[in-house]
Design a protein around this ligand. Structure first.
Ligand code: FAD
Length: 377
C-alpha cells in the first residue's frame, strides 16, 4: 500500500508552520537580510508555538514528532526566509548526536533545557583543514585525569556558534575521533565575529576556538572512537531537513516567477505564453515536486527506523542543486526586475547557494550515493 497523503496531524502542523511563516517570518525577512541580525525574537516565538525541538523525546519535554514533521516545518519557514529557517534549524543539527547516541543523563542535561526555554546549540565539526574530509581533524581531546578532558583546536563556519549555549564538538582522543558536548560558558572558548556570507544573512556563522577547555567525562557521547560514526549518523537525520529548506526556497522562486510571467507583457503577449519562459516554469515545478518527494521519502525511512543514508544524500543533492537552478531561472524569467533588490528574487538566489555546500557538498552527497551503489544497495 502506498499513500502520498499527509496525516491529519502533519496537515495541521503544515498549516500552523505556514501561518507562522506568513505572519512572522516573511515580514521580517528583508530586514534580517539587510542587517544580518540574529532572529532572537522570531526564535522565541517559534519555540512558544512548538515549532522547535521536534526530534526531542517526550520524556525530555519534546514533541517527539520525527523527521517528516521536521521537514514539513522547515519547508514552510524557509519558503519565507531560509536565513531565519537555518538559524532555527541549527539546533536540530546540534541535537542530532545526542538523539542518535546520547545517554539519558546527557539528554536530560542538554536537550531538556531546550524544551523549557528558547535556547541555541551548534554542531562544531568543520575545521580550517577538515571540511569534506573530516578525517583531517586536528582538534584534540586529551585525557588529563580520570574525570576530565582538555579540548584544544579551532572550529570554522559554525552555524549559530555565536549564540549557542553548548556545542557538539568532534575531537581526536586517544581512542580516535570522539564527540563531546561542551557548554559555551566553559573557560577557554573564544568565539569569533560573525562571518560575512553571500546569503542566509540572518544565520549566525562564526569561528570557535577551544583553548584548553576542560570537559567532564560525562559529556563524552558514546565511547572514545565513536565520534565519526555519530557525526555521520546525525546527517541521516539532518540532511532531509536541509533538503526540505531548499525545497521551500525553490518553491518560493517558482511562485514569484510564475506570478510575474502571468502579468508581464512583451511583444503584445504575456511572457508565460512564450515556450522559452513557460518551459522553465514547468521544469521548476517538476523539480520542486521531485525534490519534495525524495525529501519526504528519506524522512519517512528515518522515521520507520530504516536506513536512509543513500536517500537522504539523494534528497540533499537534488534539492540543493535544483534549488540553485530554480532561483537562477526565476531571476531570468523576471528579467532586470529579478536582478534588483526591490523584489526578493536576488535574495533567494544568494540564499540558495549554501545548500550545495553545508551538511556535505553536492559532490560529497554523490560520493555517498556511489558508495551505496558499490555496496549493492
Ligand atoms: C554558511 C556555512 C555554515 C556552515 N555551518 C556549519 C556548521 O554548523 N557546523 C560545521 O561543522 N560545519 C559547518 N559548515 C562547514 C561546511 O559543512 C563545509 O564548508 C563543507 O562541508 C565543505 O567543506 P570545505 O568548505 O572545507 O570545502 P572542501 O572540503 O575543501 O571542498 C572544496 C571543494 O572540493 C570538493 N570535494 C572535496 N572532496 C571531494 C571528493 N572526494 N569528490 C569530489 N569533490 C570533492 C567539494 O565538493 C568542494 O566543491 C558551514 C559552512 C558554511 C559556509
Amino acid at each position: 500500500m502506498i499513500d502520498f497523503n499527509l496525516s491529519e496531524e502533519h496537515k495541521q502542523l503544515q498549516e500552523k508552520a505556514r501561518k507562522f511563516a506568513k505572519e512572522v517570518v516573511s515580514p521580517a525577512a528583508a530586514e534580517h537580510d539587510r542587517s544580518g541580525e540574529f532572529p532572537y525574537e522570531i526564535a522565541k516565538m517559534a519555540w512558544k508555538e512548538g515549532l522547535l525541538n521536534s526530534h526531542v523525546e517526550e520524556k525530555f519535554g519534546g514533541p517527539e514528532r520525527g523527521s517528516l514533521a521536521t521537514c514539513i516545518i522547515a519547508e514552510e519557514i524557509s519558503a519565507a526566509c531560509s536565513g531565519i529557517g537555518i538559524a532555527l534549524d541549527a539546533n536540530a543539527l546540534a541535537q542530532g548526536p545526542l538523539i542518535v547516541a546520547g545517554n539519558e543523563d546527557q539528554k536530560k542535561r542538554f536537550l531538556q533545557p531546550m524544551t523549557e526555554k528558547a535556547m541555541f546549540a551548534s554542531y562544531a565539526v568543520t575545521e580550517p583543514d577538515a571540511g569534506s574530509d573530516v578525517s583531517r581533524l586536528s582538534t584534540t581531546a586529551t585525557r588529563i585525569d580520570d574525570k576530565t578532558y582538555a579540548i584544544n583546536g579551532l572550529k570554522w563556519w559554525i552555524t549559530g556558534g555565536g549564540v549557542a549555549s553548548w556545542y557538539f564538538v568532534l575531537a581526536k582522543a586517544e581512542g580516535g575521533a570522539s564527540g563531546f558536548i561542551v557548554p559555551a560558558d566553559s573557560p577557554g572558548i573564544v568565539r569569533g565575529p560573525k562571518e560575512e556570507n553571500l546569503g542566509q544573512h540572518a544565520s549566525n556563522t562564526v569561528r570557535v576556538a577551544f583553548e584548553d577547555v576542560r570537559v567532564p567525562i560525562e559529556n563524552l557521547i558514546g565511547k572514545e572512537g565513536d565520534g565519526f560514526r555519530i557525526a555521520m549518523k546525525t546527517f541521516d537525520y539532518s540532511r532531509p531537513l536541509v533538503a526540505a529548506a531548499a525545497v521551500g526556497v525553490a518553491r518560493t522562486a517558482l511562485e514569484l516567477a510564475t506570478n510575474y510571467a502571468k502579468r508581464r507583457k512583451c511583444f503584445d503577449k504575456k511572457i508565460i505564453k512564450y515556450q522559452g519562459v513557460s518551459f522553465k516554469l514547468a521544469d521548476m515545478a517538476t523539480h520542486v515536486e521531485t525534490a519534495r518527494l525524495l525529501t519526504w521519502k528519506s524522512a519517512w525511512l528515518y522515521d520507520q527506523g530504516l536506513s536512509n543514508t543513500k536517500e537522504s544524500a539523494m534528497a540533499k543533492a537534488y534539492a540543493a542543486d535544483y534549488c540553485m537552478k530554480a532561483t537562477i531561472d526565476a531571476v531570468q524569467v523576471m528579467g532586470g526586475y529579478g536582478y534588483t533588490m526591490e523584489v526578493p528574487m536576488e535574495k533567494l538566489m544568494r540564499d540558495a547557494k549554501i545548500f550545495q555546500i553545508y551538511e556535505g557538498t553536492s559532490e560529497i552527497q554523490r560520493t555517498i550515493i556511489v558508495s551505496s551503489l558499490l555496496r549493492g544497495r
